[in-house]
Design a protein around this ligand. Structure first.
Ligand code: SF4
Length: 289
């Protein structure tokens, strides 16, 4: 297998075969993100990708059950190329039951509803979609490269094609100034998308993230753990997304929380209440990206 640079994958893909179909991220401009800053974006040749799949077949036999297509947005590939790769991997790995990838909203929308349905039929089972915020201003300030309407449409298009979606939001992305708008806008966004999964990270920045300049200049103020709880409460009080699995169990979070929307909202609000009362926050030096 040939891997170029650092490889990122969602925690739930820890047991998946990872094959890079691109290197880097075609957008690569979100101001909080440093994941692919050191990689020049490239779509790998079909020959190289097929060679990686064949090497994995030699190494692991027919044991592979899950594949994650890396890097930042495999859906930038044409529908035809993706379908070829999905069919190729199914041919090599008869036990394959899940093929997933990250997908930017713009790249999901490159594919027509009919094409997404065909990708589903060929085996694309889930897309990890970084929404980050449901507040239009925050999305603009962070140069997300997609409007809230586009993010909603991308989520809805996946859903009608039968492709599962796992949507990520970032606590604190609106800073103190946009706390309410970020929380309520994100709740509205999720309510309209009704994804299978929604996960919260909490804003943590690595050296080189452009948004650090905003913090230095006082344009963005990071939230305290108590304010993160307030933001989460606002989100939970406003969201309406029946059946969505909710997770805030990332290493960057001050507070661990999980449940199923809408059923577990009262339980999670009680937990937040207790966290605030007892100050049960993860310590700053224990947080990780
Ligand atoms: S689209 Fe995703 S990977 Fe690309 S820059 Fe934005 S957050 Fe990073």
């Amino acid at each position: 297998m040939t891997y170029a640079g650092v490889i990122y994958r969602p925690p739930s893909e820890a047991r998946s075969l990872i094959v890079q179909v691109t290197t880097g991220c075609s957008h690569n401009r979100c101001r909080f993100c440093t994941m692919y800053r050191d990689k020049e974006f490239k779509i790998r040749s079909m020959e190289d990708i097929r060679r990686d799949f064949c090497e994995a077949r030699e190494q692991y036999g027919d044991q592979i059950e899950k594949v994650f297509l890396a890097d930042g947005d495999a859906l930038v590939l044409s529908g035809q190329r993706l379908m070829e790769l999905l069919a190729f991997s199914r041919g090599l790995f008869p036990r394959l039951r899940s093929v997933t990838s990250y997908g930017t909203p713009k790249d999901i929308l490159r594919h027509s509803p009919a094409e997404l349905k065909m990708l589903r039929q060929e085996g694309l089972s889930m897309v990890y979609l970084g929404a980050e915020s449901g507040d239009a201003r925050v999305l603009r300030q962070m140069e997300k490269g997609a409007t809230r309407e586009e993010i909603i449409e991308a989520g809805q298009r996946l859903k009608s094609a039968g492709i599962q979606s796992s949507v990520t939001l970032i606590s604190g992305l609106g800073g103190k100034e946009r706390l309410s708008e970020h929380a309520i806008g994100s709740a509205d966004l999720i309510s309209r998308m009704n994804p299978d999964y929604v996960g919260f990270l909490t804003l943590m920045l690595e050296k080189g993230a452009p948004v650090l300049r905003d913090i230095e200049e006082g344009k963005l103020e990071l939230l305290t753990p108590e304010e993160v709880v307030t933001e989460m409460e606002l989100f939970l009080r406003n969201v309406n997304s029946e059946g969505t699995v909710f997770r805030a169990n990332h290493a960057s979070n001050y507070v661990m929380l999980k449940g199923t929307l809408n059923r577990d909202i009262p339980m999670m609000l009680n937990e937040l209440d207790e966290v605030r009362r007892e100050k049960l926050f993860r310590r700053e030096n224990r947080r990780r990206l």
